[in-house]
Design a protein around this ligand. Structure first.
Ligand code: 6GU
Length: 281
């Protein structure tokens, strides 16, 4: 196991584990450690570790195989296609890396509870309270049920489709949590009004524009060029509400009244859809 970034010169920055002065640790157990390390060393998750706001420990489950061939999976008792992750390497690995008996141990599996903003904040609070969070990357066919019984405390899925392994889901979960640690995001990463946040009433974000002012004949909504901050804010809120109602009516109840607090802004109106490939429903 090892940290994924060189953080020798990093000072702990306000995200210390309770009582230790050390940043909280996220431990990822996987059969593909290089894949996991590469992603966690990149972009905001990598910067967070280099800044001393979190630490990652990636463990190769194969190191805990119990035979000389380093076997970690086998066929299912009772028959059927597909390999099952054996219980011993998973259980031994978790017990070896776990620092707290009560650490949350998440297994990524299509049979888990669906990942969400709410679960992100729940796991963030857990990481901050315990200073430790453990993710076990499952395999498609799954892991021996006894490993779940013995060491897994929570199972998470990132949606109703099947992936080849639990590594990408684990990385999704880690990214979502780490970007919410205090101080990890800078102003330029501005996230207060991201989709699903309180600022967006749990709905989607609005459309955004930057230079150039005209691209291939397409302009920018006039209100955004007006310098009138109140009107811009109203337009953006209205836009976010319309977008949510159109694309995610399942989220719309959350923002039912959000758009009607103020009247429509001057120069407002819908953003035209420029995606020629989008099919109409
Ligand atoms: Cl957590 N694992 C796998 N293998 N596939 C998934 C998933 C997890 N979530 C959605 N699809």
């Amino acid at each position: 196991m090892s940290s994924v970034t060189d953080n020798d010169d990093a000072a702990p920055a306000g995200n210390a584990s309770p009582g230790t002065g050390q940043p909280p640790v996220i431990r990822v157990l996987t059969l593909f450690p290089e894949m996991v390390r590469a992603v966690l060393a990149t972009s905001i998750p990598g910067r967070a570790e280099r800044q001393g706001q979190v630490r990652y420990e990636v463990t190769d489950i194969r190191d805990f195989a119990v035979d000389k061939h380093r076997t970690v999976d086998d066929t299912a008792y009772g028959g059927g296609a597909g390999m099952i992750m054996m219980a011993p390497p998973v259980v031994e690995a978790v017990e070896k890396v776990r620092e707290r008996e009560d650490a949350t141990v998440i297994l990524t599996t299509p049979q888990g509870e669906k990942f969400s903003e709410e679960l992100t904040l729940d796991l963030l609070a857990d990481l901050q309270a315990k200073g430790e969070l453990i993710l076990v990357c499952g395999r498609y066919k799954g892991i021996d049920e006894r490993a779940r019984e013995l060491v897994v405390t929570r199972e998470v899925s990132i949606g109703d489709y099947v992936l080849s392994g639990g590594e990408l889901p684990a990385l999704v979960v880690v990214d979502a949590i780490v970007r919410r640690l205090p101080g990890v995001l800078h102003d330029e990463d501005s996230a207060a009004n991201d989709s699903f946040t309180a600022d967006r009433e749990g709905g989607l974000d609005c459309a955004w524009y930057t230079k150039p002012p005209v691209y291939r004949g397409l302009g920018v909504p006039e209100v955004l060029m007006s310098g009138h901050h109140a009107n811009i804010e109203t337009w953006r809120r209205q836009q976010a509400v319309e977008r949510t109602q159109e694309r995610r009516p399942d989220l719309a109840p959350a923002i039912e009244n959000a758009g009607s607090r103020e009247g429509p802004a001057e120069g407002g109106g819908r953003v035209p859809r420029h995606d020629r490939n989008r099919r109409t429903r």
